[in-house]
Design a protein around this ligand. Structure first.
Ligand code: KG4
Ligand code: ZN
Length: 328
């Protein structure tokens, strides 16, 4: 049995986890920086990097301690090497390099998006390649065909904002606080999704790409008009966003008739309404639907450690660079 230490620091969660090849999350710790960034209504890169630098070492030590193991018991050190906020990625990657060097362990540099993409396989051993993946986070909004580890074909992406970003900007416009996605979901429960007429950008287009900038602008106009309750705008926004995702997915799935599983990953996959809509899309296509538990959807180190398990045998050089951009 193999044991991998995973490190995640690409945005505003400082996290470490130990995952074994039996899919057990042996230990994990995660420190959110929500309180630091909330006054600014979004993640401030410099504040994030400093917070990672302060917290990561004790978090790693804590995880080893929780599991009752030492560095010597780990088979590899896996860390997010990008894409993300470069200061934070560097803190995590440099820490992983130091541990790999000190423990004479292989370093496995993980693409954060691959962490999300493979996370459903950590949660459920029956999810086999190939699968269709909707990856929806704060920075990304893509539909991919996943044929294996490192084998990703991107069928769709966003031409402007990511879906999580649209939730965050809507929350900011409506004064719902930070982080925005969960706040919009909570507020939407009290609202009427049909109350506010909002556009569905790209719906009907033959290419499966996304666009959310126009929807965000419409939310701003609706709010400034003073004609609608905040909960109604939140509910109507969430429904419009879901309608867009469902329509785009139907186009992309038409190009993947040999694939029988639809998987969703990334922070927005924590949204219960999004999950329910996707479950319906999968049912309509005679596909199986899988979504990791919400805690594995938002940024975490268990998915990075798991990607390390999937990549065991790989050993990256100690001079490997952190990458702010790194397409899958
Ligand atoms: O995957 P993630 O934790 O970080 C990135 O890699 O970006 O995703 C964070 C994004 C944020 O935009 C956040 O608002 C969104 O996921 N999110 C949600 C929910 N929980 C997190 N969006 C909608 N509903 C949620 N419940
Ligand atoms: Zn993420």
């Amino acid at each position: 049995m193999a044991l991998v230490l995973g490190i995640e620091s690409s945005c505003d969660e400082t996290a470490a986890a130990l995952v074994d090849s039996d899919r057990r999350i042996v230990a994990q710790r995660i420190a959110s920086q929500d309180a630091e960034h909330a006054p600014y209504g979004g993640v401030v890169p410099e504040i994030a990097a400093r917070a990672h630098a302060e917290r990561l070492a004790p978090i790693i030590a804590g995880v080893l301690d929780d599991a009752g193991v030492t560095l010597a018991d780990c088979d590899a050190i896996a860390a997010t090497a990008g894409p993300g906020l470069i200061g934070g990625v560097m803190v995590g990657l440099v820490s992983a390099k130091a541990l790999a060097m000190a423990g004479d362990k292989p370093l496995i540099a993980i693409n954060h998006l691959e962490g999300h993409a493979l996370s459903p396989r950590l949660a459920d051993s029956s999810i086999a390649f190939p699968y269709a993946l909707l990856l929806v986070s704060g920075g990304h909004c893509q539909i991919l065909r996943v044929d294996g580890v490192g084998q990703y074909k991107r069928l769709a992406t966003t031409i402007d904002d990511a879906l999580g970003e649209a939730f965050d900007k809507t929350a900011k416009i409506l004064g719902l606080g930070f982080p925005g996605g969960p706040a919009v979901e909570r507020t939407a429960r009290e609202g009427d999704a049909k109350a506010v007429p909002l556009p569905r950008p790209m719906v009907g287009s033959g290419e499966p790409h996304f666009s959310f900038a126009g929807l965000k602008s419409a939310v701003l106009r609706a709010h400034e008009s003073g004609a609608y309750a905040v909960a109604d705008i939140a509910a109507s926004f969430q429904q419009a966003a879901i309608d867009c995702v469902v329509d785009r997915l139907r186009i992309a799935l038409a190009e993947m008739d040999d694939v029988d599983t639809l998987v969703v990953a990334g922070g927005v996959a924590a949204n219960a309404n999004v999950r329910a809509a996707l479950e319906q899309v999968a049912a309509d296509h005679g596909m199986r639907f899988a979504a990791p538990p919400p805690k594995l959807c938002t940024d975490n180190a268990a998915m990075i450690a798991w990607a390390g398990i999937e990549r065991l045998g790989q050993s990256d050089p100690l001079d490997i660079s952190a990458r702010p951009r790194w397409p899958l």
